[in-house]
Design a protein around this ligand. Sequence first.
Ligand code: NAD
Length: 424
Amino acid sequence: MLVTAIKKASVYDNVTRQFNKAADLMSLDPNIRKILAQTTNEIVVNFPVKMDDGPIKMFIGYRVQHNNVLGPFKGGLRFHPQVDLDEVRALATWMTWKSAIVNIPFGGAKGGIQIDPSKYSLSELERITRRFTYALGHNIGPEYDIPAPDVNTNPQIMAWILDTYLSMVPPKERQGCVHVVTGKPIESGGSLGRDKATGQGVVFCIEEWAKVNYFDLNGATYIVQGFGNVGSWVARLIKAHGSKLIAAEDITGGIYNPKGIDPSELIQFVKQNGGVANYPGSEGIDHKTFMKTEADIFIPAALENQITEETAPMLNVTVVAEGANGPTDTFGDEILQRREIQVIPDILCNAGGVIVSYFEWLQNKRSEAWELEEVDNKLHKKITNAYKRVKETAEDFNTDWRTAAYIVALSRLEIVYKERGIFP
Ligand code: NAD
């Protein structure tokens, strides 16, 4: 029997292919291309942590800084068994493009620890976080490299990082360092609206998409993969338009109810039960059935490489709004284009998180606390401006939206490099 191999790209291979496609199409300056094709710094730390029952365990953590020509390195920290240098490199690179697209003065970075956090107690997680922060030392800093939450990290973890970092700087400098992380709890210097920011940004993008395509969100159906921070906020916020959640999937399994699933009740259920599986009134479904679900909108909000050569043909949706980073690999992308399934690409669609992180950083620097309405309005303006620019660029270059988003980012970086030149 002849078996056709399914093409699967490493996460960083995806970034490289996406980058090359855009750089070719826009004829990016070859010298600037060489610079942007590389990460600037790659920090790998092995560090010991004492477990609750006595023994020491070694952990491996990463921080990759891709580029800081537009401003300080910026990007989340992920705690996941799949975290490795390839993944963190890719995620750091996407952060550079993201900040450039939405026009905020940040560069790109990402980091993480290779662990399954569910296997550790809260006090172990605190010691792991603090010891990782200590190992990173002054490779992070409020004006140099600013972490934020990502998969399996949250405001509490940001508060531990802040506290550990503050204990590593002289007492007189501490007050000026609260912006070393964003996504903090509100009381510790966080911003109103940061928790929902990524999901809110995804919903603002879906609203723009609906407007341009004369698509009525009222009564539209949507499915969500990943029901953590991003997925649950999108589900909750889009419901206000009268759209109906009919399927959801997370690490515990998939659920389906064609009559509609109430996002707020599902959020409560997930809080109590750790995942969406066995949600009352819904039918349990496997991964393939989830991917084949007929709906108007698919919001991937879990991990990378979910829409591939194998799964892209299964999708039965009109538009994919990428809440996750890198959910579609380049092979899956080609299939979606052939099938005329539209994609709002990650580096635009999920940029709400870094936009409000920038607002948090600014508020900390200015000792201000903005109202939620102000944060939301500013986020809306930034992300819809970027949306329009990507749309115009897609039309100008007659290309897909992901490539257009890259061209917007690369054009901005190219201008800055040309203005500043290369030292010496
Ligand atoms: P999270 O940890 O809050 O939630 C992750 C969700 O994905 C969980 O529901 C988990 O069960 C699910 N999941 C994990 N593996 C899965 C699998 N194999 N199949 C199905 N579901 C699976 O993380 P998050 O912060 O919501 O991040 C989700 C995605 O959004 C990531 O790609 C992240 O990089 C991206 N993102 C997050 C932010 C942010 O502000 N948190 C910003 C931009 C992009």
